[in-house]
Design a protein around this ligand. Sequence first.
Ligand SMILES: [Zn+2]
Length: 253
Amino acid sequence: MSEGFAQRLKRAVARRVAMNPVRAKLDRAVASLTFDDIPASAARVGATVLEKNGVLGTYYICGGHTGGSFEGVVQQTRDDIVSLRQAGHEIGCHSFTHADVTRLSLQGRDAERLQNQAYFAALAPETDLVSFAYPYGQVSVAAKGYYAKRFFTARGVMPGINSGIVDFAELRAISLTHKSFDLETVRALIARAVAHTGWLVFFTHDVDVSPTPYGCRPEELQAVIDLLREARVDILPVKAAAARCMFGPGGAG
Ligand SMILES: [Zn+2]
């Protein structure tokens, strides 16, 4: 048994507690395309799909995996990170070692955060890590409190559309995987986001013709972009979408 009842209950409670509630000031729906860990294919194949559409994404990276592999998947290199930055994509934080942050002490969370920050400060000095994604999607009340104070937003894996009162300490997100990909489901989600003037955040891992269970195919990423375009939904990196959500379309730029 990988997870006990107490742990599941704590997470369920944490997900119901908005630790950083923000009333959305969007005047129309927006969407963000995000990648976790990140595998080399997300930085190469995934970024190519985005860039040929003139779209920028958010890449939540564990600096500790750069140049190596994680769970058998080849991860991004330093050159990939530099290329992503040069293309204008947002780099987000995913802890340094992909730690389950709910199991860390305050010092442990500090160490993971500061190590990742220092890594990117040395590699790409202009990188400002303001967006966080919880490794494994694991949240607790304490963890949400911690990341709410230190990042503009923290993204989870709880499905849903961010609208009305949005919890910036645990953004809802839609998993984009080949395994579960269904065009009509995505179309319906986008229609709901438009109807509720919400913020739709997608997340995936590798982008490959033969993806892992956590990744998607390039044509599926393209299909999501096409549907968002068709619905006239702006696609923005998390940081920019969060600013629009918090300050409104004419807000803080
Ligand atoms: Zn991850």
